[in-house]
Ligand binder design. Structure first.
Ligand SMILES: Nc1ncnc2c1ncn2[C@@H]1O[C@H](COP(=O)(O)OP(=O)(O)O)[C@@H](O)[C@H]1O
Ligand SMILES: [Mg+2]
Length: 419
């Protein structure tokens, strides 16, 4: 298939279930003969991501990307409630789930159309992650077989019909079909944008769940380590909602007035998930309602703001713990030195959380900066990633990083819906 320049819309809605992020990305023709997406380098031009140019690998000249625009669309209140109910439910109405799939298809279409109008650009291709309702990366017993499973909803056929262009969706199952955990998939973009010959970097996204991509200095794709460190905003959001009736702790203001209950954080950090080796993935199954109920039980009689501060510290310290394990070579993969952490996701907008992280990482010699400082708005990163993954799939190239997902081999990700 010949390689072409395309404008691709990447659409993401994460486990926070806060809404839809759309990124319009221009991806230029690749000049590499390599058929391995992971081996090609994603560079960029113009004023976008100037710093990351330092990471360009001299052996390959891969596609160029340019972020043309990014927009966020919060879910209407009732839609968010329906999504959260479906995620947390052990019993759900099949009719409602089917309707939710088609409804989200409509909302994704509206979001892409609005973004196209706003930036006066039309996409040639769409990469739509969908809303995860269930993710179980590790096989477990089910009807006498070992099964792992994932489910992203948001009907791509609706999006293809409304936008009039092909849509790549359902990225995760192909990785799981070859033994991977189906996540994380963003490391491809992290590797392409942020690898550096001299600087060891950790690219840390703080969405509902927090995940990191560790890229040692001079790394090849095979050296990349990536996994979910644990809760991102998910626990903070749930606690803030319950105690203060607000969707999230805006600008970390509540946590800033509280005192962290260190003993509780230490106790929680001893849980199996945090000590497990990578690759590992987490979701609402690990840090959703059940975890939050337990979190509350540990805080009987505590001040409300202290509970929010403690939830914030749990995120910061679990990330720092993961970095410490990496630096000491306890996590699977090469022993490495890391000098920079590049933050993205909604959690990067919480200064209390970011300051806690800075304090934890300073003794390790790791400097924390925001992906915005590299020209990539922190809220846009995952949407950009799914534009790039769609582009790779459109050209029939694999885009999972097996060391990150645990897959036995690279796989072409996703399904294509035609208009
Ligand atoms: N100004 C802010 N202050 C504090 N937290 C914020 C702010 N903006 C966003 N967030 C947090 O980021 C979350 C959304 O992050 P996002 O990266 O979209 O996660 P996901 O990928 O799981 O949808 C919100 O639920 C909220 O917790
Ligand atoms: Mg979100």
């Amino acid at each position: 298939m010949s390689e072409s320049s395309m404008t691709v819309a990447g659409v993401m809605s994460g486990t926070s279930a806060d809404g839809i992020n759309v990124a319009l990305v221009r991806i230029e023709k690749a000049q590499t003969s390599s058929n391995q997406a992971v081996a090609s380098s994603l560079t960029h031009r113009g004023q976008n991501l100037p710093e990351a140019c330092r990471g360009e690998c001299p052996r390959h000249t891969g596609p160029l990307i340019e972020l043309l625009g990014h927009a966020e669309y919060p879910y209407p209140r009732q839609v968010r409630a329906a999504v959260l109910a479906a995620m947390n439910s052990t019993h759900a109405s099949v009719a409602d789930l089917a309707r939710l799939n088609f409804l989200l298809g409509e909302l994704y279409s509206d979001a892409i159309l609005s973004t196209q109008r706003r930036f006066k650009t039309k996409a040639d291709l769409i990469g739509c992650h969908g809303q995860t309702l269930y993710h179980q990366g590790k096989p477990s017993d089910f009807l006498e077989r070992k099964i792992s499973a994932t489910w992203q909803t948001g009907e791509a056929a609706i999006v293809a019909a409304k936008l009039g262009v092909p849509v790549v969706s359902d990225f995760r199952p192909a990785d799981m079909a070859v033994g991977g955990k189906g996540a994380p998939l963003v490391p491809l973009l992290d590797y392409m944008l942020f690898r550096d010959a001299q600087v060891g970097r950790i690219v840390q996204n703080i969405g509902g769940i927090a995940n990191l991509t560790a890229i040692p200095a001079g790394a090849t794709a095979a050296d990349v380590i990536a996994f979910d460190t644990g809760p991102g905003n998910m626990v903070i959001d749930a606690i803030t909602e319950k105690l203060f009736g607000r969707r999230y702790d805006r600008d970390g203001k509540i946590a800033a007035t509280g005192t962290v209950l260190e003993k509780i954080v230490s106790k929680l950090l001893r849980r199996t998930y945090f000590r497990q080796k990578a690759p590992k993935t987490a979701g609402r199954e690990e840090f959703g309602r059940k975890f939050v109920d337990e979190f509350f039980r540990l805080h009987k009689g505590c001040r409300k703001q202290d509970i929010v501060a403690t939830a914030t510290a749990l995120t910061a310290k679990s990330i720092a713990d993961a970095v410490r394990r990496l630096a000491h070579g306890k996590a699977k993969g090469p022993k490495a030195n890391f000098q920079e952490m590049i933050l993205s996701g909604g959690g990067a907008k919480n200064p209390t959380l970011v300051n806690m992280l800075k304090q934890e990482l300073a003794p390790l010699g790791v400097k924390v900066c925001l992906s915005d400082e590299f020209g990539l708005p922190s809220a846009a990163k995952e949407a950009v990633a799914f534009a790039v993954l769609a582009y790779e799939t459109w050209h029939r190239r694999p885009s999972n990083i097996p060391t990150a997902t645990g897959a036995k081999r690279p796989a072409v990700l996703g399904k294509i819906s035609y208009p």
